[in-house]
Write a protein that binds this ligand. Sequence first.
Ligand code: PEP
Ligand code: MN
Length: 343
Amino acid sequence: MIVNMAEGASEQEIEHVIDRIREAGFQAHVTRGETKTIVAAVGSNGRRHELEALKAAAGVEDVVTIATPFKLVNRQTKPHRTVVDVGGVRIGGGEFVVIAGPCSVESREQMLATAQAVKEAGAVMLRGGAYKPRTSPYDFQGLGLEALEILSAVRRETGMPVVTEVMSMEDIDLICEHADMLQVGARNMQNFALLRKLAVVNKPVLLKRGPSATVKEWLLAAEYLLAGGNSQVVLCERGIKTFETETRNTLDLAAVALARELSHLPVMADPSHGTGRRSLIAPLCRAAFALGADGVIIEVHPCPERALSDGAQSLDFKGFAETMQALYAPLPAIARALSASAQ
Ligand code: PEP
Ligand code: MN
């Protein structure tokens, strides 16, 4: 349940509500907006009727039941959209954020050349896997610590914040020393032990949707992070399993729009894993932009045919630059088409 405090409610009134929520056996999560404060009561063992009674407390506007199982992630719980700051890059603040880089960190030269090329073309953050979740144990598994050190060095050299995947609890501290944002990969979306650990880490998390997860399950995975204390969460749709075999996955753009409707968290799209085909990346970036996504994450490699992972879906530098140009090009075209049809 959430307690909406009235505009201008005093600190004392807010504190009183927090105390009463705790007395009733719930945790209290406070969100302070510019004019209004919302106090969410979460937990499964509390006495709900005691919360309902808070309707009569001073400074309380109303007490509302949140119908969804994800409480803190729900848009009702927070008056404004969450903006996640990753080393100065603001995700969810209205600008369309482009993160780019190779699937895997392979060498310092590969990473630096890619960082410089994607930055020049308009990307503001860098990606690159150090620990790779591979379907086959015989495939390249990532360079681990060596990759993290490369990411750190390239970040220092280019000024671009980096995101990299954390697969296992034991790597968290090390990855935190080198990265600005931690990715929870699709295969780990429901690794609840990992999510609980990441909830108490002071780093933003990019939470990918599991290939077979419903939107509700995805948002509940995010709820683990928020409930544990980490509200710096960005959701990322990366394609789901469907009957279609022409694409690697089916990028569920409706889920991007739905997640933004249901939640206050920023939502990005990953057309690289979402399609598995480099030719589809530009059109799906445009679609994600058009529907209001907060950004995209794209795989780029200096020489995709030599990539140690995900070459078929990686763009080369020229392809990435063209994708960035194509991202914004339709806007004047749409304006032209609309004004022509109005004549
Ligand atoms: C990746 O980003 O390279 C990756 C493995 O992503 P996902 O977890 O979405 O498959
Ligand atoms: Mn990949």
